[in-house]
Design a binder for this molecule. Structure first.
Ligand code: K2U
Ligand code: ZN
Length: 174
């Protein structure tokens, strides 16, 4: 188990369309474990493989927020949305690759998804609320899309400029 560094926008790897996972290897299992550890440590409720520099189609999420409730870590490999509600909901989104920046994004309120789990079994489930928002946010990452790509150009550029400044400061601090 190890924490993986999270890439910060702008980074070309965050804009790539990721490749399907061809086989669930011990490396993929170790990656999923490290992604969950990195997500909980951040803390966050989701994390996609490209955010730790691996351009493959898998993400992890655990949107259980109730204090003391059992965590529900999920690993979704080659995930796809099979149905999305007409009804949408707006959520103040953030992103571990765009720290301290938040903006409202509107997405379908409910989604039905299909994916492969770590045991290689095909899973299907319906998500709503924060789970639905998070799953769509993570699936966007696998297609090289960030939540700021859902905003207007002015706000997107403002946030990007802040991230360029942050990366310059972090590089100077070493
Ligand atoms: O992909 C990521 O960067 C992880 C995000 C996922 C996420 C973003 C927006 C809305 C839901 C999920 C992190 O979890 S950002 C931290 C966070 C935590 C709780 C609620 C919203 C955002
Ligand atoms: Zn994100």
């Amino acid at each position: 188990m190890s924490l993986r560094p999270i890439l910060i926008h702008p980074d070309p790897r965050l804009k790539k369309v990721c490749a399907p996972v061809a086989e669930i290897t011990p490396e993929i299992r170790a990656l999923a474990r490290d992604m969950l550890e990195t997500m909980y440590d951040a803390p966050g409720v989701g994390l996609a493989a490209p955010q730790v520099g691996v351009l493959q189609r898998l993400f992890v999420m655990d949107c259980v927020k109730e204090e003391g409730a059992d965590p529900r870590p999920m690993v979704l490999i080659n995930p796809e949305i099979t149905w999305a509600s007409e009804e949408t909901a707006a959520y103040e989104e953030g992103c571990l690759s765009i720290p301290e920046q938040y903006a409202e994004v509107r997405r379908p309120l409910q989604v039905q998804m299909r994916w492969t789990d770590l045991e290689g079994a095909t899973q299907e489930a319906a998500f709503d609320g924060l789970w639905a928002t998070c799953a769509q946010h993570e699936l966007d990452h696998l297609d090289g899309k960030l939540f700021i790509d859902h905003l207007g150009p002015i706000k997107r550029q403002l946030i990007t400029r802040r991230m360029v400044k942050l990366k310059r400061e972090r590089a100077r601090a070493g």
